[in-house]
Design a protein around this ligand. Structure first.
Ligand SMILES: Cc1cc2nc3c(=O)[nH]c(=O)nc-3n(C[C@H](O)[C@H](O)[C@H](O)COP(=O)(O)O)c2cc1C
Length: 328
């Protein structure tokens, strides 16, 4: 089907299925900044430097979060084929330039949790629309926090109106700073609108930002807002954090992000992002201090019960392959 070579005991079509699952991960502006090299004994995950966002994400931090999320899906794809994935992050000389390598670590049966996470991959979406005014139950909150912990990260659920108000202020400040930066605005414009194969299409834009909104959302050029159709009053807001800084931790945080999002999907919850406060370094530092100064905020999520939204486009798997694996 994909003209792919086999790997890890899978044939080419099965490898294609695994990579297609990996590619359903979220990424800032749907840049899909990942590539794969398929070798008989391993699959390598690489960044795609042509999909960087130099103004919004100059250090490639969010690029690595997205690649970490794709890596989590890749792990799930292998589990679906009975393979226990053995992951090495930042493998160095073993696979020069790779962010991660994945090898087969023997056979492993599916358990119910992993089966649910796999089922959630194709139906997870970023949902920018208003959610229902229904609080997220405590048991669901615990499940989300546990999902982050399983991937060695921390999901800080904002406990009260005081912390929420403080974060709202930081998001608004960072949002204003980004709006005053023509290069950041240009990147948003480039990846938004009716692109054919990637980016954020109009159908996924959510609702147009308005003055009464408590949270400053990115403007993806949504259609005019229907009067009275406002955001929910009490969303669950969470900051996903890593315990250390750096590239390794960002790849871990990306895996944790995807585990949290898929767990949310499995629980019938929707999520969207408010990354501005983390993208602007000075505001990220303020947030880090607000959180106690010992953990590293990686992304901000808004979580609740939403109505259905359409999927965003993905590049074909054949566009994601690095030589020498593509034999077609
Ligand atoms: C690290 C990261 C940061 C993101 N930040 C934002 C954001 O600030 N605002 C937003 O609306 N979407 C944000 N997104 C969501 C992406 O735009 C979305 O994943 C992409 O368009 C693909 O759509 P999907 O998630 O529905 O598959 C972010 C995604 C990632 C992985």
């Amino acid at each position: 089907m994909h003209g792919l070579s086999g790997a890890l005991g899978l044939d080419g079509d099965q490898v294609g299925e695994v990579l297609a699952l990996a590619a359903l991960a979220p990424s800032v502006h749907n840049t899909q900044p990942w590539r794969f090299r398929v070798r008989p004994d391993r699959i390598e995950l690489h960044a795609d430097p042509t999909r960087r966002l130099p103004a919004t994400d100059p250090q490639d931090r969010e690029l690595r979060l997205a690649c970490g999320a794709a890596l989590f899906n890749l792990r799930l794809g292998l589990r679906a084929h009975g393979i226990r994935p053995l992951v090495t992050l930042m493998p160095g000389a073993d696979a020069p330039g790779a962010l991660a390598t994945v090898r087969a670590g023997g056979h492993r049966d599916l358990d119910d949790e992993v089966r649910s996470l796999i089922a959630a991959v194709p139906i997870r979406r970023t949902n920018r629309k208003p959610f229902r005014d229904v609080p997220v139950p405590l048991a669901h909150r615990h499940a989300l926090a546990r999902a982050a912990e399983r991937e060695r990260c921390w999901l800080h659920l904002l406990p009260d109106h005081v912390e929420r108000g403080r974060l709202q202020g930081l998001v608004a400040k960072a949002h204003r700073m980004q709006n005053e930066n023509p290069a950041v605005r240009a990147e948003l414009g480039d990846w938004t609108g009716p692109r054919s194969v990637d980016g954020v299409p109009p159908a996924s834009a959510g609702i147009r930002p308005a003055l009464q909104d408590e949270w400053s959302m990115r403007d993806f050029q949504a259609a005019e807002r229907v009067p009275g159709k406002d955001y929910e009053s009490d969303p669950l807001v969470a900051v996903l954090c890593s315990f250390v800084a750096g590239e390794f931790a960002e790849l871990q945080a990306g895996q944790a992000l995807q585990r949290v999002l898929l767990t949310a999907t499995d629980l019938g919850l929707s999520a969207s992002f408010m990354s501005q406060a983390i993208e602007v370094p000075s505001v990220r530092e303020e947030l880090r201090r607000d959180l106690g100064g010992t953990i590293f905020p990686q992304t901000v999520l808004r979580i609740g019960f939403g109505s259905p939204v359409p999927p965003t486009p993905r590049r074909p798997v054949t566009d994601l392959l690095m030589e020498p694996a593509h034999t077609a």
